[in-house]
Design a protein around this ligand. Structure first.
Ligand code: FES
Ligand SMILES: [Fe+2]
Length: 436
């Protein structure tokens, strides 16, 4: 055993047997390559589950708004802060002749800003911050129009811990019911202090679930990320934490992985780069930051008790998977990352990564954050590369059964929760033997 493996080993047993309902048998990946599965997920999940669309800081004051073009033509929506402080969302479509109301340079691009009213660029109809029509130009020219009945169609929107969610269903369960007790604990984390955002987004030619699979297990890092760890894979294998150092938890349909990270560095003397640390790349030493975050950790007070539930000796991060397509990764070093996966078609999705830090107070802190962003995105791109290879090979259907280890518990669970959501919706939409 190597040093790191000795320090982190816990002797903990397997996690999968704690969830006997999931079984241990081989799994099929047909759900990730079949166009029918994609359509069924879209209807059963994306059209009726709470979906994260952005942070509350983006609509901090009454009149601030942003638009979202939800990928795959799922919806085009406006999210706004109303005068009464409530969050409002509505479909971005005019009640007059259907023009997109809120956009700037190009209608397919997202936009944001502050205003008192939205005005349609076509014939000038105006809308309040709640999407309600407030003025019709040349109203006397129309016939029997009642403006109080006209609006951009409402979308349910709710906030939780500064995360704005929307739900495209007519009558969804409340957001907090969907999240459940364990996720509600996240409210104790000071997300509102981390307002320095760095965002990155790309399109990936692979099914959205494969992307989630690629990062909710910690079996792959020595191989996929060998370039970061050690180009010699035999050495990389010895530098990653032992399998029993990780903590997994399921609270259906949500999930958690809790993982180790490097121990914190000693504080530095002001004006110096700090003492050299064994195995630290020169650039990490220079910037006092790396893949695991800035070495100079902001003081955020006592960490909330819900973190590091598995009591990992050198805790690195907790990654909460909020069904269906968001993860919130809270790092020991005082920052957090959101990852969102938006299916466009069976074989493509849009991947969004946003990193949030306490605003830097000087150039050195800013550069440290930039290096964390840079290495995180590079790490993520190594994962993505694999997804495209996986999807293209799965599509050949030359293998049909696949084998998941204990470290891949979340993959087993996630595909099960997706399948259950589809089956539950189909049972309601078309009860067996009943009329549709
Ligand atoms: S389509 Fe919006 S005012 Fe005519
Ligand atoms: Fe990875």
């Amino acid at each position: 055993m190597t040093d790191i493996q000795e320090r982190l080993a816990t002797g903990k047993g397997k996690f999968t047997p704690r969830y006997p309902e999931l079984g241990t048998g081989p799994v099929s990946y047909e759900d990730s390559i079949s166009p029918e599965a994609f359509e069924a997920e879209r209807e059963a999940i994306f059209e009726r589950t709470w979906l994260y669309v952005g942070r509350s800081e983006r609509i901090a004051r009454p009149g601030s708004y942003f638009t979202r073009e939800l990928p795959g033509g799922l919806a085009s929506i406006v999210v706004a802060r109303a005068v009464d402080g409530s969050v409002q969302a509505f479909h971005n479509v005019c009640a007059h002749r259907g023009n997109k109301v809120v956009w700037q340079e190009h209608p397919s691009e997202e936009s944001s800003g502050t205003c008192r009213q939205f005005q349609c660029k076509y014939h000038g109809w105006r809308y309040g911050l709640d999407g309600q029509v407030v003025h019709i130009t040349n109203q006397q020219e129309f016939f029997d129009l009642d403006p109080s009945l006209l609006r951009m169609p409402k979308v349910h929107a709710e906030e939780f811990a500064g995360f704005v969610f929307v739900n495209l269903a007519d009558d969804p369960v409340p957001l907090r019911t969907h999240l459940g007790d364990r996720i509600l604990e996240l409210e104790a984390y000071p997300f509102d202090r981390m307002t320095q955002r760095y965002g990155f987004s790309t399109r990936i030619n692979g099914n959205w679930k494969l992307a989630i699979d690629s990062v909710c297990e910690w079996y792959h890092p020595a191989y996929v990320h060998a370039r970061f760890i050690d180009k010699d894979i035999a050495k990389a294998e010895k530098k990653v934490p032992p399998v029993d150092s990780y903590h997994y938890e399921l609270f259906p349909p949500h999930m958690l992985t809790s993982v180790p990270g490097p121990p914190p560095l000693p504080p530095r003397e002001p004006g110096t780069a700090g003492p050299p640390v064994r195995d630290q790349k020169w650039v990490y030493r220079l910037f006092r930051a790396g893949l695991f975050g800035p070495d100079d950790v902001p003081d955020l007070g006592e960490p909330p008790g819900f973190l590091n539930a598995g009591e990992i000796a050198y805790w690195g991060n907790d990654q909460f998977w909020l069904f269906p397509n968001l993860s919130v990764q809270i790092w020991q070093r005082g920052y957090y990352i959101t990852y969102a996966y938006w299916p466009e078609s069976v074989d493509s999705h849009v991947y969004e990564i946003d990193l949030y830090f306490v605003p830097p107070s000087n150039a050195a802190e800013r550069l440290a954050q930039e290096l964390v962003v840079d290495s995180t995105v590079e790490f993520a791109m190594q994962d993505v590369n694999t997804i495209e290879a996986t999807h293209s090979a799965l599509k050949t259907r030359r293998q049909r059964q696949f084998h998941l280890s204990d470290q891949e518990l979340l993959i087993r669970a996630f595909h099960t929760y997706v399948r259950q959501a589809v089956e539950a919706h189909q049972a309601v939409a078309a009860p067996p033997g009943g009329d549709r």
